[in-house]
Write a protein that binds this ligand. Structure first.
Ligand SMILES: *Cc1c(COP(=O)(O)O)cnc(C)c1O
Length: 486
């Protein structure tokens, strides 16, 4: 299986070669030359598999250069009941992504697929835990080292740290805005005592942190000498790991392959739902893929109008589903590549226009950049948006009717999913975080705290380990250089 850039960079690479990299050299994102296909016979065989064995079967189609026995061992090490132990009472942790029926109405069914039972209580663990094991495996094989450098406003940084803690050959340097994360998120990250994890609390806001990551990324000499890498959401292995749970959800919600299901996905960077798109392109019988956004509705606007218009920082709202406060969907280019039937020249031109003019239109008509929006139906996308008031109302409603507390991002999903339910096609909402992570809004909605999984009761009281630093690139670089152990 070879990988190429969405912008046409020709040198085909294999899975292991793109594992540690980010963008392709031409600024595009990696995609397989063509999507591997699944047959009905394979789906039948996969129905009875454990999550780890299913992950192995799916990953094998993409990581053809990794020896099968090694890949299988990595899948089993990653997807175990010990790692995904934060399942709700009554759920089976061994299922890894348990499926729960929420609602049956007018012949429609609404199900919740729990993706947030991993160590940091958000779906990013599903991919990041695999990435940690894949990195360690690949580095050991090449006797190499990697220093991961990133910025976080919450979920990604903690998922990366919990995936990389204690891993040989890997150190993590994570910037976060000092005193700007929730108490829970701060405690989750800063209470890690592993010597390979370095938390840097920056005196500034998230954008300052991200600017410093960009500055370091542009310093190629420093990056090379300090063996700096990233784990951001465009990483191909992360996307592939997410493809697996669409298969699991489908197989758990159906009894035969002539049935279809739809998924609603709380979306920000388009990483999660991009994996659903890939599963569908592989032949998984998915009817609709519904993108749910919050007030930051860049994606909803595109799927309604064919116009992609990114927002500036000042136009990006801080909402109560903060992990979706995104004004530019970093994985979107992968879908546009498929919508344009792989015309990489045009992909390059469109995303150049995003940088220079803030967007593009595929709606057809005068001044637009193409008319492909007219043919978008074949990809099954739908979309909707949700507001703070919708979140509160949905959290209350689901709690009152079904006794289940959902987090704010999942609430955006449920709100939008209910607008697209049809008889005979189960609608699966992906649960992207547990409510304990966003307790402030749970209190506002329900007047009480969210339940916390065992082991998280006193997390804020644990000793914390972090460095406070000015928003100064030189200082951050000096810190990294003196702690990489190179
Ligand atoms: C990251 C995140 C999202 C958005 O996922 P994308 O892959 O960026 O679309 C949604 N909900 C939660 C809780 C997240 O952490």
């Amino acid at each position: 299986m070879h990988y190429v850039s969405t912008r046409g960079h020709a040198a085909a690479q294999n899975f292991s070669e793109i594992l540690l990299g980010g963008l392709a050299p031409d600024g595009g994102l990696y995609l397989p030359e063509k999507y591997p296909q699944v047959t009905g016979a394979e789906l039948d065989q996969w129905r009875g598999l454990s999550y780890a064995d299913l992950a192995f079967e799916v990953l094998k189609k993409f990581a053809t250069d990794v020896p099968a026995a090694d890949l299988k061992a990595l899948a089993h090490k990653t997807y175990s009941a010990e790692v995904y132990r934060n399942a709700r009472a009554g759920e089976d942790a061994g299922q890894i992504t348990p499926l729960r029926l929420l609602e049956e109405k007018d012949g429609g069914k609404l199900l919740l697929q729990g993706l947030s039972n991993g160590p940091t209580l958000a779906f990013k663990d599903m991919a990041m835990q695999l990435l940690g094991n894949l990195f360690e495996y690949t580095l050991a094989k090449n006797d190499a080292k990697l220093n991961i450098f990133g910025a976080t406003s919450g979920d990604t940084g903690s998922a990366a740290e919990y995936a990389m803690r204690g891993k040989k050959g890997i150190r993590v340097f994570m910037l976060s805005p000092h005193k700007k994360m929730s108490a829970f998120q701060t405690a989750q990250m800063f209470s890690l005592q592993d010597p390979n994890i370095f938390n840097i609390a920056v005196e500034g806001v998230f954008d300052d942190c991200q600017d410093m990551v960009k500055a370091v990324s542009n310093d190629h000499a420093f990056k090379a000498s300090q063996k700096i890498g990233t784990v951001n959401s465009i990483n191909w292995a992360r996307v592939v790991a997410q493809v697996v749970y669409y298969f699991r959800g489908y197989l758990s919600a159906t009894t035969s392959n002539d049935q279809k299901v739809s998924f609603t996905v709380p979306s920000g960077n388009f990483g999660n739902i991009c994996a659903g798109h890939i599963a569908r392109m592989m032949g998984l019988p998915i009817d609709k893929l519904v993108a749910a956004t919050n007030e930051n509705d860049v994606l909803d606007e595109f799927f309604r109008t064919g116009i992609y218009r990114v927002r500036k920082s000042a136009e990006t709202y801080h909402t109560s589903s903060p992990s979706m406060d995104i004004s530019k969907a970093s994985n979107f280019e992968r879908f546009i590549h498929d919508l344009l039937d792989g015309d990489s020249e045009r992909v390059r031109a469109l995303f150049h226009k995003v940088e220079t003019a803030g967007g593009f239109s595929l709606a057809g008509g005068p001044g637009s950049d193409g008319d492909e929006f007219a043919k978008i139906g074949r990809f099954g996308f739908q979309s909707g948006k949700s507001t703070h008031q919708d979140r509160l109302a949905t959290i209350r409603d689901i709690e009152q009717r079904y006794g289940v507390t959902i987090d704010t991002h999942t609430a955006d999903g449920v709100k939008v999913a209910r607008e697209y339910m049809v008889p005979g096609v189960p609608m699966i909402v992906l649960e992207t975080a547990l409510p304990a992570k966003f307790n402030e809004t749970i209190r506002e909605a329900l007047g009480r705290d969210a339940e916390r999984p065992a082991g998280f009761e006193n997390i804020e009281a644990l000793p914390q380990r972090f460095e406070v630093m000015a928003a100064d690139v030189a200082q951050v670089k000096a810190f990294i250089a003196s702690h990489t152990g190179l």
